[in-house]
Design a protein around this ligand. Sequence first.
Ligand code: NAP
Length: 285
Amino acid sequence: MTDLWSYLPLSACIHADCRLQCPLAVDVRSEDRKMAAAILSGKIALVTGGGSGIGREICKVLARDGARVVIGDRNGNAARETRDLLINPDTHMDIVLDVKERESVMSAIHATVKKYSSPPSLAANAAGITKDNFLLKMDDTSFMDVIDVNLKGTYIVTQIVAGALLQAGINEGSIVNISSLVAKNGNIGQSNYAASKAGVIAFSQTAAKELSRLGIRVNALLPGFIETPMVKTVPDKLRDRFLTLISAQRFGKPEEIAEVVSFLLSNKSSYITGAAIEVTGGLNF
Ligand code: NAP
């Protein structure tokens, strides 16, 4: 039995359908995992909105890939729950953070420096809200609340993280700002949200131009329709309509966004900056 396996190429063992119980298969898979774990090892990553949905999955994937994760969310309990889900929870930290408040973001960075003796060189801005209504019924508060969290929050976190890296003399960083496909197409009932997410793209492209001389890359990621608490309120009729517009014929999973975020934060994407990357399953509307 062992002799037989020693004659087979390793690639024969890693096939997902392998039912031969090859003794090497386990080793090969764990080697794959170790290689994946290395891509962010030694890095500190701030994730906003880390208490739910896409942000929570980003935290899980970054921890798996070796980063020490600072889980920021305005909901402290949710951030703590996320930390408990991560590999080696004690190596990560959770923190109450309101992205639209400069002081709150500053104190999160100070707490990070206190724990790790360094600011985060990676950041994923996933905090976001919706307050949908038709344009003719939209009130100023709903419009500005969404702009404040989604756009101003992204600006504040990006500016503070970049400033902290400059101050610490760290000349390598990567920031991913979560936008949305509706930034490109608009969406009925979301004039505030679509405008905020379009702003995130233009902001990220500008930040990429300004910060590349400091070694910091900035990219925007545009998810399509992803199964998270945020979209639970979408009426079934509308969900069904969206489904007909998605080439993949299904909604996305938050981990499918998180994998791309990890890639964009890692050096594997070292030549990507100022990009607006769609992860939509081919959604076109
Ligand atoms: P989610 O499940 O609602 O998670 C968002 C998280 O951000 C929540 O924990 C929320 O806390 C937190 N948050 C809200 N305001 C905050 C603030 N001011 N400071 C810090 N944290 C705050 O939403 P999601 O679906 O994962 O969305 C994550 C990001 O992806 C958002 O930017 C969203 O716009 C974007 N996106 C989502 C989809 C989708 O289909 N799901 C598609 C395109 C883009 P609370 O629970 O207390 O509000």
